[in-house]
Write a new protein. Structure first.
Length: 309
């Protein structure tokens, strides 16, 4: 069973949060899924959701109202209004909305991290790049008033194509700057630093994603990223809270789960599509991760409500 990370879930009122809520609600406009808006996503949900898995790419997610939970392996990350989650490597996360209602819907926005922008700002400002902080390649922190203000200004530009085209890149650059100089700056700087632990793990993750449905030898993966097997295992576990083979297994099972939501009757086909040659092994490992056999779990998710990615 997943154990909560040593951080208290604490709504953090901050200047600008009310305007952030209004802008997200305006842009989401009752859309039932995350809504793409000018390279970002906004979301409004009126109910809590069942946990559902997906692969989160490097991103910052800022909550304006309600609360959400992300689970990585046995680590739990709760974040609420006025807090942000930053992910610096593609990670198989299980996410759910944990606080939402019709009166106070869950409101959040996400924006991809731009590796080139992070590298440029790190070099331009001569920011110190230290060893990656202990722990996985994601973290939760309170959002500063400056970060919230920058996000609000970016959301204001939506709907005005010329304004967004001219002013948007500068505001997105400012958001990256606030992240780089904020409480998770050391972690974010790793993204744009060639040879850092996070950068090396990112290369390993990309290789696993390209070959997730094939047998993987850790020796081959280590050679691919230029590390010894022991160094790869050490860095990979530090960043993702799992070994490379455990990462591949989670990726396989989460992708199988998404297939089963569409067709819950095709359990054997879903397992085969993600690389399992044994139906019994697939069902056993699926149940171990998600708490129910594949067909029953998928049918439940079809009738229930999954968390947005």
């Amino acid at each position: 069973m997943a154990e909560p990370a040593p951080r208290q879930l604490r709504p953090a009122p901050a200047p600008g949060l009310a305007e952030l809520r209004r802008n997200i609600a305006r842009l989401a406009d009752g859309y039932p899924r995350p809504r793409p808006v000018d390279g970002m996503q906004v979301f409004s949900g009126t109910r809590t959701t069942a946990p559902i898995g997906g692969v989160a790419e490097p991103v910052v997610a800022l909550v304006a109202q309600g609360a959400k939970r992300a689970v990585l392996g046995d680590r739990v990350f709760d974040y609420a209004a006025g807090q942000f989650l930053v992910v610096t490597v593609d990670l198989p996360l299980t996410s759910s909305i944990t606080a939402a209602s019709a009166a106070e819907p869950f409101l959040a926005m996400t924006m991809p991290l731009d590796l080139a922008t992070i590298a440029d700002l790190t070099i331009e400002a001569d920011l110190p790049v230290q060893a990656a902080p202990p722990g996985p390649a994601l973290a939760v922190s309170d959002a500063s008033p400056d970060l919230i203000d920058a996000v609000v200004r970016l959301l204001r530009l939506t709907g005005a194509p010329d304004d967004h085209r001219i002013l948007g890149p500068a505001v997105k650059r400012e958001i990256h700057w606030r992240l780089l100089t904020g409480p998770q700056g050391d972690l974010v700087r790793q993204v744009g630093t060639a040879g850092s632990r996070i950068a090396v793990v990112a290369r390993a993750v990309a290789w696993i994603k390209a070959h997730y449905d094939e047998p993987i030898r850790v020796d081959d993966l280590a050679a691919e990223v230029g590390l010894s097997v022991s160094a790869l295992n050490r860095h990979f576990r530090a960043a993702t809270s799992m070994s490379p083979l455990q990462y591949q297994k989670q990726l396989r099972l989460q992708r199988a789960r998404l297939r089963l939501i569409v067709n819950p009757a095709d359990v054997a086909g879903a397992g085969h599509a993600v690389g399992y040659t044994s139906a019994s092994q697939f069902s056993r490992e699926y149940r171990r991760l998600f708490g129910a056999p594949p067909g029953r779990d998928a049918a439940h998710l079809q009738n229930g409500s999954g968390a947005p990615g």
